[in-house]
Design a protein around this ligand. Structure first.
Ligand code: NZQ
Ligand code: ZN
Length: 393
């Protein structure tokens, strides 16, 4: 393991079919006013809303509802949520949904009590500033219904600003931004549309590969990453055939949480360029997050493979079981990416950005919206960014 690090993750996870039973007791640790954050209504249709409201009532909370959090939450919605939290003296923000609701809840948590005149977008998503130590950051809890982002156990919050054509993630250093607790019942994910389930599965894969494909030292983090990827591939193949297979859905849920709670990033420089490319696509098309990643991942990895050949060869054997026999290192590395491509097609990933509404005329704009990262095997030039988007059309 290289580098010096501190690993601290304060989120309490409550996992399994009975996880909701613990919510009412969990709520008792917080003050009386709860901002109940949810999305476009899936939780009303599948009954999760009723269970949450019952737990809030059992815990004697005053509830202010904050519904309509859209996938890829916007800066305008953030301003509205911060106002709701401030006006209602909220003691806890309870997010019931996927990454969008949880990211939004964290964003509201750090924005509601900012001094007047301070713009949260500018402060947190442009200047990447941290909350002041004396700022009252509102605690966040979550009930997860869509699996993929890892937001339930991390400090990340991604906000979209359509006006600026930017979708930006801030991974807060301030541990107060971690959700205090997360209720994880794999059965809550059964009602996800297949498209969302597959998007979440690829999001998990991308989180793992973007940490794995960096560095050349022998690192325990990489062995953990390989185990997560093997579990994810196996479970995803079952889940696409039978979405109500509890074993598969529970493994996918657990993989998602551990893929992006900073564990496998320890000692790694980490890459994150696929997310930067995907977020640019998201900023221009508002497409589903995981599918923006699947659309650009292979052109990106095929471009950077020569710079990290040994690791791509290891990926082929350790994750995909490709035999090294009779293959050069380059052929082996390539076969690993071919195996990943076959798996992506098998589970139903989007394979090109034109499927998401992008076209040739948008390539320059997409490149303008793409942040260039330094931690992977190769730092992209602007021409390479454009070539990746072109290859993904
Ligand atoms: O809004 P509702 O009606 O609830 O419908 C949602 C939404 O349309 C639906 N859904 C969720 N649970 C459901 C369900 N439908 C039926 N049954 C259920 N049980 O699914 C749709 C997508 O939900 P969303 O929360 O948008 O998906 P996801 O969890 O993928 O979150 C995406 C957001 O998270 C950010 C993304 O950029 C995007 O903005 N990310 C956050 C990260 C983090 N915090 O660390 C990292 C990720 O890389 C990602 O960037
Ligand atoms: Zn992601």
């Amino acid at each position: 393991m290289l580098g010096n690090f501190t690993y601290h993750n304060p989120t309490k996870l409550i996992f399994g079919q009975d996880a909701m039973d613990a919510l009412a007791a969990e709520l008792e640790a917080y003050g009386p006013n709860v901002q109940l954050v949810y999305g476009g209504g899936s939780i009303k249709r599948n009954g999760i809303y009723d269970q949450v409201v019952a737990a809030l009532a059992a815990a004697g909370k005053n509830v202010v509802e904050d519904a309509g959090v859209m996938p890829n939450p916007t800066v305008e919605k953030l301003y509205e949520g911060a106002r709701i939290a401030r006006e209602n003296h909220v003691d806890l923000i309870l997010a019931v949904g996927g990454g969008s609701c949880i990211d939004y809840a964290k964003a509201v948590a750090v924005s509601a009590n900012l001094p007047e005149g301070v713009d949260p977008w500018q402060k947190y998503w442009v200047d990447f500033d941290e909350p002041a130590v004396d700022l009252d950051v509102i605690p966040v809890g979550s009930v997860l219904t869509m699996v993929g982002t890892g937001s339930e156990m991390n400090c990340g919050s991604v906000i979209t600003n359509h006006g600026a054509k930017m979708k930006v993630g801030h991974v807060f250093a301030d541990a107060r931004v971690f959700p205090r607790f997360a209720v994880l019942n794999p059965e809550f994910t059964y009602t996800l549309p297949r498209y969302q389930m597959v998007a979440g599965i690829f999001d998990i894969m991308s989180h793992i590969t973007e940490q794995y494909f960096s560095g050349t030292d022998d690192s325990t983090s990489d062995y953990l990453a390989e185990g997560l990827m093997r579990s994810l591939v196996r479970a995803s193949r079952v889940a696409v055939k039978n979405p109500e297979d509890y074993e598969a859905r529970s493994n996918i849920m657990w993989c998602a949480t551990w893929a992006l709670n900073t564990l496998i990033a320890q000692g790694k420089s980490t890459d994150w360029e696929v997310h930067m490319l995907g977020q640019a696509v998201g900023a221009h098309t508002d497409a589903t997050h995981g599918m923006t990643l699947s659309a650009v991942a292979l052109p990106y990895y095929r471009l950077v493979m020569p710079y990290g050949l040994e690791k791509f060869a290891r990926f082929a054997t350790s994750v995909w079981g490709v035999s090294p026999e009779g293959r050069t290192t380059e052929e082996l590395a390539s076969a690993g990416l071919d195996a990943m491509e076959a798996w992506m097609r098998e589970i139903g990933c989007v394979m090109g950005i034109s499927e998401l509404g992008a076209d040739e005329s948008m390539l320059e704009g997409l490149a303008d919206s793409t942040l260039i990262m330094q931690g992977g095997y190769h730092v992209l030039t602007r021409d390479e960014v454009i070539s990746i988007f072109r290859a993904s059309l």
